[in-house]
Design a protein around this ligand. Structure first.
Ligand code: URA
Length: 433
């Protein structure tokens, strides 16, 4: 067998065999297949798609490219969540402490941001001292002892996905259903979760631009989960505008802190509650939705969810005084308001344009090796559906240079559409299980 034949088969739309997929994954992970050969195959997959069998084989092969965690000594039902990615997505930082404070053990390996999609690992690292690179042993101990741990994918978990994900981003192959489904589900299989709730984002700031594609992706991940005996629920959520009031690493941590204290933006609240309800249902401990809402409000209002977040930060060496006094987070040197020059309602706030503007500010990386600036970002005063008057502030740009600030203000003005229709946006599109 050789890689050229495999590329040729995919190029000619032939179904790849399990042996061919295993050969590619094994040899690419080991560095025996070059990046340009892998890029050719990935591009052929992206263009020609994959059959269900190919996707299942690719997922299993990637899951088995590294270690498979065994979390059975922690619980027979460890619950995980994952998002297919978006702009301003700080849901993990809010959902995980809430669920842990309800007595459901949660552990998650979080990724770094790539492209316009932010990463929870970067957001957590904006908390001074927070150690995201803990060992698997520490990860497991944290879940056992305090019911929660959030670490980065540093151990030898799905190394094939790590390489392929970075390659896809560099060759414009991120938005492929077979590749997203196998990337996410291989990580979930390898990380030992028994149940998962997947936030499948849909809209301008997401890989899936329309509902039909988001549903196809959700159904594929449900099928993979079922075959791997992992209870899987997909929550389809709207990503046409950025989620919540902030985009940027420490700015999103600050928003998450406020949310855990009960002060949530409406769109964040809708996604958080729906994700938490599904995780509660999958835990088997909570079944009735009416009671579940009361329980969630209880742990937010009595401060337990916020305390759980502090416990997590302290356990992973983060400076808890920043969580207690978020004003301690260092601010970007230049903060510029964006002023509306008309009256009306916000009809659009394009998440893709915001994501790109954020990338230029230094929120994320254009290339894997780029440095990011935790302080920079965008804070919105007005979002879709809000009324705005001429000369009112739409948003603030937090920047580290005057030049970037000017460019970003212009880009954000282009992302807003002000008209005379009051749009009511629905954030939960559908739940598929
Ligand atoms: N998140 C992942 O982990 N992989 C993808 O391909 C897309 C989003």
């Amino acid at each position: 067998m050789n890689i050229l034949d495999i590329i040729e088969h995919k190029k000619r739309e032939k179904e790849l065999t399990k042996e061919e997929i295993d050969y590619f994954i094994k040899n690419y992970t080991a560095g025996e297949i070059t990046d340009y050969q892998a890029a050719a195959l990935i591009m052929a997959i992206c263009i020609n798609g994959m059959t269900q069998n190919e996707i299942l084989n690719l997922t299993n092969s990637m899951a088995n490219s590294g270690d498979i965690l065994d979390l059975s000594d922690i619980s027979d039902n460890v619950i995980d969540k994952h998002s297919t990615g978006g702009v301003g997505d700080k849901i993990t930082l809010i959902v995980m402490p809430i669920v842990a404070s309800l007595g459901i053990p949660v552990g998650k390996m979080s990724g770094r941001g790539l492209g316009i999609t932010g990463g929870t690992a970067d957001k957590l690292e904006s908390i001074p001292g927070y150690n995201i690179n803990i060992s698997v042993e520490e990860f497991k101990n944290n879940i056992k002892e305090i019911g929660i741990s959030l670490m980065s994918q540093t151990c030898n978990l799905t190394p094939a996905d790590k390489k392929i994900y970075a390659l896809r981003d560099a060759i414009s192959c991120a938005n492929s259903i077979p590749l997203i489904a196998s990337s996410i589900m291989s990580k979930k299989i390898a990380s030992g979760a028994n149940s998962i709730v997947l936030d499948v984002t849909c809209g301008k700031g997401s890989y899936m631009k329309n509902k039909e594609d988001a549903k196809r992706l959700a159904k594929m991940m449900n099928l993979i989960g079922k075959l791997a005996k992992i209870k899987t629920v997909c929550v389809l959520t709207n990503m046409d505008e950025p989620l919540g009031y902030s985009v940027g690493n420490s700015l999103e941590v600050i928003e998450a802190i406020q949310a855990l204290k009960g002060n949530m933006a409406k769109d964040v609240e809708e996604v958080v509650f729906n994700m938490v309800f599904q995780m509660m249902r999958l835990s088997g401990k909570y079944q009735k939705n009416e009671i579940n809402k009361k329980k969630v409000l209880e742990v937010i209002n009595n401060g337990k969810a916020f305390e759980k977040f502090k416990e997590l930060v302290a356990r992973q060496n983060g400076d808890v005084t920043y969580i207690e006094n978020p004003e301690k987070f260092e601010k970007a040197p230049i903060i510029t308001p964006i002023i509306s020059n008309e009256d009306g309602y916000i009809e659009k706030l394009d998440a893709y344009k915001i994501g790109k503007a954020g990338l230029e500010l230094g929120i994320g990386r254009k290339r894997k090796e780029d440095n990011i600036d935790y302080r920079v970002g965008i804070v919105f005063d007005k979002k879709i559906g809000d009324r705005v008057k001429k000369d009112e502030i739409l948003a603030y740009v937090h920047s580290n240079s005057a030049e970037k600030s000017i460019e970003c203000v212009e880009a954000i003005k282009q992302a807003y559409k002000i008209g005379n229709k009051k749009i009511i946006k629905k954030n939960i599109i559908e739940i598929i299980d």
